[in-house]
Write a protein that binds this ligand. Sequence first.
Ligand SMILES: C[S@@+](CC[C@H](N)C(=O)[O-])C[C@H]1O[C@@H](n2cnc3c(N)ncnc32)[C@H](O)[C@@H]1O
Length: 212
Amino acid sequence: MILNSQVAAYLERLSPPRDPLLAEMEAYAAEHNVPIAGAETSALLAMLARGCDAHRVLEIGMAIGYTALQLARVLPADGKVVSLEIDPNMAAIARGFLKRDPAGRRVEVIRGDAKETIVRLQEAFDLVFIDAEKAGYPVYVNLALESLRQHGMIVIDNLLMGGRVAAGKGDAHWSQRSVDTVVTLNRRLAEDPKVEFVLMPLGDGVGLVQAR
Ligand SMILES: C[S@@+](CC[C@H](N)C(=O)[O-])C[C@H]1O[C@@H](n2cnc3c(N)ncnc32)[C@H](O)[C@@H]1O
């Protein structure tokens, strides 16, 4: 959480109520300590997907399928979210939730290490959402840039890590290695003349990357 608690509570009050399935997924994540994107980050993702008329979305790190479902719901009938997840248990739980929503059939779950899976994917994507292990972020950004359609966009979560990135210091939650990786990545993206990079203090820090 980057914002102070008063602003965060205010934003939460403005968030629309979740439908029963999303509310159940949020409750499951809270009970089992599964990190999922916040309501604003998910809403932004869905809005970006709709806004760029996305047909193909790649998600790196899906956990229980919370953001995958919200992305799938805004895609056209022939659209697809390809979600990569290394943890077989998470992938199974995600499949169970996704089966309960008509949009869930637009999500293709691929189990395995995303770094190996992505290179085997033979398609281009309109939107790539990076939300897996932080040490892999630099690799994911490079691979995502290669697989983006023209004017496509990359969305990256946790680029501020609750303030740890700006402080340059890890804590009990964010390891020093993760913080160092993201500090270096943010600087690289900010200085790269080939991309536009916007880092927003939304949720845990959401970055948008687009090739110039
Ligand atoms: C923050 S959670 C994803 C949350 C999800 N995007 C959401 O907001 O609903 C990160 C997930 O990435 C997965 N993950 C970590 N390393 C991975 C890797 N190398 N390849 C694929 N998935 C990975 C973890 O198992 C975890 O479920």
